[in-house]
Design a protein around this ligand. Sequence first.
Ligand SMILES: Cc1ncc(COP(=O)(O)O)c(C=O)c1O
Length: 305
Amino acid sequence: MWQARTIIHNGIAMPFHEARIHPLALGVAFGVAVFEGIRAYRHPATGAFSVFRLEEHLARLAQGMKVMRLADPPATDVLRAAVLEVIRLNAPDDDAYLRVQVQVEAMGTMATTGPVGWIAAALPRERSAKFATGLSACVSSWTRIADNAMPPRIKASANYHAGRLATLQAKADGYDSAILLTQRGKVSEAAAACLFLVRDGVLVTPDRTSDILESVTRATVLTLAAELGIPCEEREVDRTELYVADEVFLCGTGQELVAVTQVDRLPVGDGAPGPLTRRLQAAYEAVVRGLTEAHPEWRTPVPMG
Ligand SMILES: Cc1ncc(COP(=O)(O)O)c(C=O)c1O
């Protein structure tokens, strides 16, 4: 597999392992950073790379920088150019996982908002083996962070603490993954992925006020499902709906679409990835990789020359 060799830090391309910030910078000390995980896909026939929904990721990053009140944040045009450039500089021979991150690089107090720095990185990341088989999940005793404490709507680095604790607990207890409930006891999402379930042929996902990250993949799945004629509902979801659902799956840029075949040791449906999950996985794969002509606006071509 290819290796990450170059990172762009504050506009300067440098060897991947040489990027530095001070350990007491607020980006490290308090996790005052916001980021995006994005994927670039390689077309199997042409070898051409395209970045999936780059504009939506950059828009969410801009919202995050605003909510965090970062001073003089980098412009979207600068970040877009850096993302495309870092792919070219790393010359991947397969799909790449891209990280764009903006962090406060100064030391200071709680009220320090800058100067900020930023990186664009390209990393190899294989598709999860669970993509084919599905995974087991538990409903965690850790709860999802709430909008009036640590807004989950933005992709801030510090937001990942609860999801990490839930994941560590899930793995210690023999599950692959954790599903977190909101403070009100409704289903929110997994540690780094949104959640869908299927009930009586209807695709259901927790709504945008269920303390979810407003996921790019979730929005993609809702669009693809509507185009396939699958009825969709965005609404509050009860925990026990997970137990009686016909299908459950997680979605996110990193995990893509992966079936949940067991929740709290109860089989989901017949315990195997279900037909709607399979259909949506195939539709997702086609659109991210450009195997279909549909939605060209979602794929930004990467100039590799
Ligand atoms: C907490 C959390 N929820 C959901 C998602 C899925 O979001 P997206 O589809 O935009 O990648 C992520 C993505 O990594 C995430 O970190």
